[in-house]
Design a protein around this ligand. Sequence first.
Ligand code: CA
Length: 227
Amino acid sequence: MRILVVEDEKKIAKALHDGLAAQGYEVAVAHTGEDGFFQLNEHTFDLVLLDLMLPGRDGYEVLATMRKRGMTTPVLILTARDAIEDRVLGLDSGADDYLVKPFAFPELLARIRVLLRRGKSEPATRLRLADLDMDVMARRATRNSHPLQLTAREFELLEYLLRHHGEVVSREMLARDVWQTPTRATPIDNVIDVHIARLRRKVDDPFERKLIHTVRGMGFVAREEAP
Ligand code: CA
């Protein structure tokens, strides 16, 4: 799950980043509203933690622009008590929830879990990771603009990894969600491993930057790592 933190106070932003990363979330930080909006346009996030009082474009503006453009990503507002306004309390600003600073971290985690479960974000039809681009509707995948020749199953596998990018995907998850075998009575781990190997040959082998990684004893993760 990817979370964008838009917070200009560097200390708070860092504390949020570190605390959420420790919980296994993939966290991006923006220190201004402009950068926040830029990142929202560049990447897919599952949740936005948005401070209201930001230099330049403030939190309200970021939120209003997001909603105007049809972005349905859940937004949790973080605000100082003296900055809180009626429209936040009524949540008619387009936010999904708010939390008054200072807050207890476990409280924040609980709110985040609720919003993520609600899963308000529409499944994206365009998936990107580094220079890998998938157009799910057109069933087209490219890396660095070179088309990848994937079988239907490889395409589904790659789509699943990208939809969970940054998260470890287990063989159980792949068996259930991609192969749709209700139980693993017939072990298909070997089948999964063979498909992953083939997918890597096409997606990663010709390129310096590897995107599909094995997590020993756990499964696989699609992630951009420094070469
Ligand atoms: Ca602030």
